[in-house]
Design a protein around this ligand. Structure first.
Ligand code: TPP
Ligand code: MG
Length: 729
């Protein structure tokens, strides 16, 4: 008969409770600060609900009323240089972190200073979508960011902030500080992959990151017991070796003590922690009605939690120690309400008996797209080169893949901020293709082999980029994995700058190789250009020669925006011109290149389709002009070069390899016909692959991808449809 041993989890999992002795021993100044912050946040949230009820908050108002204790208790032991982020329900954490930054100690009897008043107004203004808000009204309630105070930015994607916070924690650790990051999340968020992936990577890499779970038992109307067999959510730590605490989140002192214990772990370099705080939101998911009004919970349950209100608890404990009195608490409450009335009044006016936002406070409509990308001023004064005018020595037949590794080697040796990450990039002589060859031995600690957690490591890189002390380069093994990491790549990295007000840089480089033709089938064979180029925020480059790779990679690394560098297996194995010893020049983001002048048509193409296009043009005898686009994103398309060509040729053929569904050419054709319609003699023609993603079977794969035959056919079509005789037909 089999025998069993009980296995002991690697990390402790404990409930923490406070005693009367703890309350008696608590520093009076700490309790006074707690009480003041709790009241300020409560009054703030009540004002938000009041404005929401009057229709003055556009979008949801996810109030934290009832949950203030967890935020205040956990944030008071933090310092300004510690970072936090949270979710859609984040006002209380944002305010608590900002208050600790502005006024580490608050005296319940003192009048509020101007900085606190300004905090309240700017936060309220942001929630109302007004220009004076922290994110100029762009972020609203769900995207509150104030980096100076350590607020990285709240998130409307449940769990989406966890990988970003891991990036911040990585930056703290790698910079050699003892600072930490705290990711606030709900019980619902514990079940999403981003969070579980982030827990794993944070533990594997010993990142100083606290996952602070506000377990209010509901995700909208769904009870935690319905969606997990282990509703004690701090148990998740057991799976990852993360020390975890379960604590009464209505008790700010208990939470404070739990966070102090967690900080001792994190600040001493022992990795992440989890704190699960049991708490309750008094109202529904959003707005001022209780949850019971929607039938998913009872009035009795609500009353039982309200009876344990954190504001009342702290006040009662302080009164027991005669640190305050009922009148003083009432006076504090009244000063908080007056403060909120005052700051709200400055945003509002009454017209015909109706309250409205003062019109002058809205951001102007022209602000709509401002700050999607940076202004590229970081390129001022750099040395641009083109192969044709390059004064240095050229190696005519350099392997493209060697240049990929060489230029990164050069940049990493010059710039200690660069850190690269991806699956297996630290082994196998430079990852699966040799693109990072030699780097892990040369730069230990800066070449990170990641777990297979695309969402987590892409988001972690995003968090590093937003932190700004380091410069992340991410390799995605195959482009199709972008769907796995889509939230971090598109919702987080791409949107952050614009969403947070248009000024927060996101300097990050992502590399991926197109692998069509390798037989890796439907899930490894996409061209990512179309998806990235239509996902505003990304810049996209596709160098087709080793020489261009050097200049464009250098530009990608200098740019303050996220840049996708598209590579291709066909290029890796091919050879082309490369600089013999100069790896320091740039090629502008936004500069296409005419690689063959001609008059019969303009062919727009990129990456590994440039060479076969040139070959087919020569074979056809048609005098086509071929443009290697090089920069593919909407802001990077070089319309000057394209327009000059089309004015001459009056015909466009777009050549790409991949399938039509997510193709790049659709966006390009749309943009081109709007701009160049007057110069066109016929509709824009396109060469592209089939509808389905390429299959593994060699014949079917060849049929699915555009190649030399399709290009030749495209050339003939353009000639035929412009009515020019074709000798062969
Ligand atoms: C990925 C994702 N799925 C669904 C939603 C819609 N949504 C917003 S909040 C929410 C519930 C979140 O519950 P929980 O994590 O417990 O946080 P709480 O609202 O209780 O603070 C849902 C489903 C979302 N914003 N993001
Ligand atoms: Mg919840």
């Amino acid at each position: 008969m089999a025998t069993h041993d009980d296995l002991i989890p690697k990390a402790p999992w404990r409930a923490i409770h406070v005693t009367d002795g703890d309350w008696d021993a608590a520093d009076p100044a700490l309790l006074g600060t707690m009480l003041t912050e709790l009241h300020l946040i409560r009054a703030f949230e009540e004002k938000v609900l009041e404005l929401a009820a009057q229709g003055l908050v556009h979008g949801p108002a996810h109030s934290s009323v009832g949950q203030e204790g967890g935020a205040v208790g956990s944030i008071l032991p933090l310092r300004s240089s510690d970072h936090i982020n949270g979710s859609h329900r984040g006002h209380h954490q944002f305010l608590a972190k900002s208050l600790v930054h502005l006024a580490p100690q608050m005296e319940p009897r003192a009048t509020f200073g101007e900085p606190v008043r300004e905090l309240m107004q700017k936060t309220l203004a942001e929630i109302c979508g007004l220009a004076q808000g922290y994110c100029k009204g762009r972020g609203g309630s769900m995207h509150l960011r104030w980096l100076e105070a350590g607020n990285l930015g709240t998130n409307a994607i449940v769990g989406g902030g966890a990988p970003l916070a891991a990036g911040s924690a990585w930056a703290h650790r790698h910079a050699g500080t003892a600072d930490v990051a705290v990711n606030y999340l709900g019980d619902g968020a514990v079940n999403i992959g981003s969070v579980l992936e982030a827990m794993n990577i944070a533990a594997a890499w010993k990142l100083p990151l606290c996952f602070f779970i506000e377990n209010n038992a509901y995700a909208v109307s769904t009870h935690v017991d319905e969606v997990t067999a282990e509703p004690r959510l701090s148990s998740r730590g057991l799976a990852f070796g993360i020390p975890s605490w379960k604590v009464d989140g209505m008790n700010p002192l208990a939470v404070h003590l739990a966070m102090e214990e967690a900080l001792a772990v994190m600040r001493s370099g022992d990795g992440p922690t989890i704190i699960e705080a049991d708490c309750y939101r008094y109202f529904h998911q959003n707005g001022a009605l209780p949850g019971s009004a929607f039938g998913y919970r009872s009035k009795e349950e609500e009353a039982s939690w309200r009876a344990r209100d954190p504001l009342e608890m702290v006040a009662a404990k302080m009164q027991q120690r005669q640190l305050t009195g009922e009148d003083e608490v009432a006076a504090l409450r009244s000063r908080c309400l007056t403060l909120m009335d005052d700051v709200a009044a400055e945003l509002l006016e009454k017209v015909d008996g109706k309250t409205r936002i003062i019109p002058a406070l809205w951001p102007p409509a022209e602000f709509r797209d401002v700050g999607i990308r940076g202004d590229l001023s970081e390129f001022d004064g750099v040395r641009y080169e083109e192969l044709e005018s390059f004064a240095g020595a050229i190696v005519e037949d350099e392997k493209y893949i060697k240049t990929v590794a060489d230029v990164m080697h050069r940049r990493m040796s010059q710039d200690p901020r660069i850190v690269i990450m991806g699956e297996d990039i630290h082994r196998l002589k430079g990852g699966t293709n040799g693109a990072t060859r030699g780097l892990s031995t040369e730069f230990p600690g800066r070449v990170l082999g990641t777990p297979i957690s695309e969402n987590a490591f892409c988001g972690l890189a995003g968090g590093i980029a937003m932190d700004g002390r380091f410069l992340p380069v991410v390799e995605l093994m195959y482009p199709d994995f972008l769907w796995v990491a889509a939230d971090q790549i598109f919702n987080q990295i791409a949107k952050a700058r614009h969403m947070f007000g248009g000024e927060s840089d996101m300097p990050l480089v992502m590399r991926m190789k197109i692998a069509m033709g390798t037989g890796y089938g439907s899930q490894h064979s996409m061209d990512p250009a179309g998806i990235f180029a239509t996902s505003v925020g990304w810049r996209v480059v596709a160098p087709s020669t080793p020489f261009d790779y050097v200049g464009l990679m250098n530009s990608a690394l200098l740019c303050r925006d996220p840049v996708l560098v598209i590579e291709h297996v066909d290029l890796y194995n091919g050879k082309g011109p490369a600089p013999a010893d100069d790896l320091d020049y740039f090629i502008p983001l936004g500069k296409a290149k005419v690689v063959r002048p001609g008059t019969a048509m303009t062919i727009l193409t990129y990456s590994a389709m440039v060479a076969p296009t040139l070959a087919e043009v020569e074979a056809s005898g048609f005098d086509a002009e071929v443009i290697d686009l090089r920069s593919l994103d909407r802001a990077g398309l070089d319309w000057e070069t394209i327009e000059a060509s089309v004015r001459k040729t009056n015909n466009i053929l777009i050549v790409e390899q991949g399938s039509i569904g997510t193709s790049y050419g659709g966006m390009l054709a749309d943009e081109a016909q709007r701009r160049l319609f007057d110069w066109l003699d016929q509709p824009i023609q396109r060469v592209h692959g089939g509808e389905a993603s390429p299959s593994i079977s060699k014949i079917l794969e060849t049929a699915a991808c555009a190649g030399k035959d399709e290009i030749a056919d495209g050339l003939r079509r353009v000639m035929r449809d412009q009515g020019r005789l074709i000798a062969a037909e």
